[in-house]
Design a protein around this ligand. Structure first.
Ligand SMILES: NC(=O)C1=CN([C@@H]2O[C@H](COP(=O)(O)OP(=O)(O)OC[C@H]3O[C@@H](n4cnc5c(N)ncnc54)[C@H](O)[C@@H]3O)[C@@H](O)[C@H]2O)C=CC1
Ligand SMILES: CC(=O)C(=O)O
Ligand SMILES: [Mg+2]
Length: 640
């Protein structure tokens, strides 16, 4: 794809040439001196607490990671429903991010369904009802003209933001600002899967009104009660937002998520800003990766594939376009590749003679239906006799038993991917897919389904969810400091993911690697994305061009936030401060179950309290209350 900017000529210190409407400078954001949520870790040693000024702000015991995890898991187990578990995990993330991310990283398979799809869907539906504390930034249409100033209120440096206007949240429709759960959930996965530091992420929700009248009339709804702004108004707002974000953080990566019609913004910004659309591009990439592995297993060559897609929206068209690219790479012409697809939307088969079509559907519109309008999915399946059935329609149960049986009659290994989220919108369950295709189908779904015992074997469903790629796409863009996210970077993320299966995963016919290996997988995806950025010359971290893959993987790993090593990091900062050798063993209070009780620990605590005495008045208290007492020993806190 042609790039409008060639970054190789740009100096590494130069920000990308963004469109700036206002070129004035702002005062730096007000600095707060609150310890971060990452600092209240009950595994922190006594000396670390003093150093971080959290001493006395957590219970006295220094805990091991295992003790912490046992408590959290017991609390989670006692919660009666997924939404209650979601709420507990939100509190944990906001009060002690290190513990939250340790728990999540160590239990990705078990906890992802609670912080992401399907539970995040319910959380969004109830966002205003359950609201407890702020977790990101809200920009309202009434702030238009002032977005630069509002953005200054965010207190941290940001490397990546996920932005939604809430207008198409999963398959649940327009949820207005209640959609904030999606950026929060996606960014938690950025941290857990690709190691982007939690403080460097910005969940962003736009309040551009909502077309959801029920929500506008809900007394508890926390967004504005205006109807959705027009497309022109939205474009002007987004222009200002893109400029304001990039002015404040010149290297920021901006991920668009769950917009009802995201094609115009992708087209408008993709060559000018470091941005991508997860629903079109991330979904396209993740499904392509699973598809590449499914094709290998089905044995049907590209030229003989016939794909029926239920759903011709951002995800449907995004996935079909990525697969077209794959078919072209496999030797088909673009026209041959395009003709392997039959898209079906709420009006039936997408065909030129059907009447006016939305722009994004034109590329795949059929002209060989000989005047016949195919209305139902079953009619299209009978007509096309597909090898592949994809669901991106938001219609739960649309892959009926009859349709699944037909897929199995027509194919030895039918590809059946019900990809709509959350689980209630999945076009079929794993159980039904296996039952009605008699175990023949190659399966992946957008939301997780449990392992199934069938014919004496345990069958593990693939999860075709963009969470396998967006963390690596974002991390790759951040580390390469790319000026844009090119189509080749997206395609590379799919190729990299498709190669990430281990031999025993291949032997078990899996289409995606085990989700528990997501951090390793994200390194592979990140590397692929960086290499593609280099080929396209959109990278600005030019030194990375000269290192081999192994060294690049190490470079990526070293830059990943590792919640298990946070204690060690703080200890090393302290060691530097007091001039003693840094910990080389990776040991820290509690990290290896020592719970900070032993003799060496006490000696270290003493050494630090000698070297860095605890102030008589903790900074936190002084700054919050305007404490005016003097001297290390005393005074009464008083408010100004
Ligand atoms: N597995 C994954 O990683 C991802 C899954 N998705 C899921 O895909 C679904 C669609 O997302 P988008 O394409 O962004 O939404 P969209 O609103 O852009 O598209 C929905 C499409 O479904 C069609 N549709 C609606 N009702 C239908 C019916 N009764 N029969 C046939 N088609 C019908 C619409 O006409 C439209 O073409 C959502 O449930 C979303 O959660 C989206 C992105 C990633
Ligand atoms: C997974 C996702 O991005 C969606 O369902 O919209
Ligand atoms: Mg999405």
């Amino acid at each position: 794809m042609a790039q409008s900017r060639d970054a190789s000529s740009a100096s590494a210190s130069q920000p990308p040439p963004v469109i700036l409407k206002h070129a004035h400078h702002h005062a730096p954001a007000r600095q707060t001196h609150f310890p971060a949520a990452t600092d209240y870790d009950t595994a922190n040693s006594i000396e670390a607490r003093k150093y971080l000024k959290t001493y006395g702000l957590t219970p006295p015991a220094v805990e091991s990671h295992d003790q912490q995890a046992a408590r959290c898991m017991a609390i989670l187990d006692a919660k009666p429903s997924p939404i209650e578990k979601y709420r507990y995990l939100s509190v944990l993330r906001n009060s002690n991010a290190n513990i939250f991310y340790r728990l999540l990283s160590a239990n990705v398979k078990e906890l992802t369904p609670l912080i992401y799809t399907p539970t995040v869907g319910e959380a969004c539906q109830k966002w205003s009802e359950l609201y407890t504390f702020p977790e990101g930034m809200y920009l309202s249409y009434s702030d238009k003209g002032h977005l630069h100033s509002v953005i200054q209120n965010w207190p941290h440096d940001v490397e990546i933001t996920v932005v939604t206007d809430g207008s198409r949240i999963l398959g649940l429709g327009d949820l207005g600002i209640n959609g904030m759960g999606i950026p929060v959930g996606k960014l938690s996965l950025y941290t857990a899967c690709a190691g982007i530091h939690p403080k460097k992420t910005l969940p962003l929700c736009l309040d551009l009104g909502t077309g959801n009248e029920e929500l506008r009339n809900d007394p508890l709804y926390m967004g504005s009660r205006r109807p959705k702004v027009t497309a022109d108004e939205e474009r002007e707002f987004l222009d200002e937002m893109m400029s304001a974000l990039t002015e404040r953080w010149p290297s920021i990566v901006i991920q668009y998520e769950d917009f009802k019609n995201p094609f115009p913004s992708l087209e408008r910004y993709q060559n000018t800003y470091t941005m991508f659309n997860d629903d079109i591009q991330g979904t396209g990439a993740v499904i392509l990766a699973g598809f590449i592995n499914a094709v290998k297993q089905s044995g049907t060559p590209a030229k003989d594939q016939r794909a029926v897609f239920l759903g011709a929206g951002s995800a449907g068209v995004g996935v079909a376009k990525q697969i077209v690219q794959f078919f072209i790479n496999e030797g088909l012409t673009e026209d041959q590749a395009r003709r392997c697809f039959w898209l079906v939307d709420s009006q039936g088969l997408v065909a030129h003679d059907r009447g006016k079509l939305a722009d994004h559907k034109l590329y795949f519109a059929r002209d060989d239906n000989e005047g016949k309008q195919y209305k139902s999915l079953e009619e299209v399946v009978d007509y096309v006799k597909p090898t592949i059935l994809m669901g991106l329609s938001t219609i739960g149960g649309a892959f009926t038993p009859q349709i699944l049986e037909k897929m199995a009659t027509m194919n030895e290994r039918p590809v059946v991917f019900p990809l709509s989220n959350p689980s209630s919108k999945s076009e079929c369950t794993f159980e039904d897919a296996i039952k009605y295709t008699k175990g023949k189908c190659l399966f992946a779904s957008g939301s997780p389904f449990p392992t199934l015992h069938h014919d004496g074997k345990d069958l593990v469903p693939g999860q075709g969810n963009n969470m396998y790629v967006f963390p690596g796409i974002g991390m790759g863009a951040i580390l390469s400091k790319s000026v844009s996210v090119t189509q080749n970077m997206i395609y590379a993320s799919a190729e990299a993911l498709s190669t990430a299966l281990l031999p025993d995963e291949v032997a078990q016919h899996w289409l995606y690697p085990a989700i528990g290996r997501i951090r390793d997988v994200s390194v592979i995806v990140t590397r692929g994305v960086i290499r593609a950025a280099q080929k396209d010359k959109v990278d600005r971290e030019l030194a990375l061009r000269n290192i081999g893959d192994e060294e690049l993987d190490q470079y990526i790993r070293e830059r990943m936030y590792d919640p298990f090593k946070e204690g060690e990091r703080v200890e090393n900062e302290i060691a530097e401060l007091v001039g003693r050798p840094a910990s080389s063993t990776g040991k820290e209070a509690g990290a290896n179950g020592a719970a900070g009780a032993g003799q060496p620990q006490q000696q270290r605590a003493k050494a630090l309290s000698d070297a860095v005495p605890l102030e008589g008045k903790p900074t936190l208290l002084r700054e919050v209350t305007g404490y005016t007492g003097s001297g290390a020993s005393g005074g009464t806190p008083s408010r100004r």
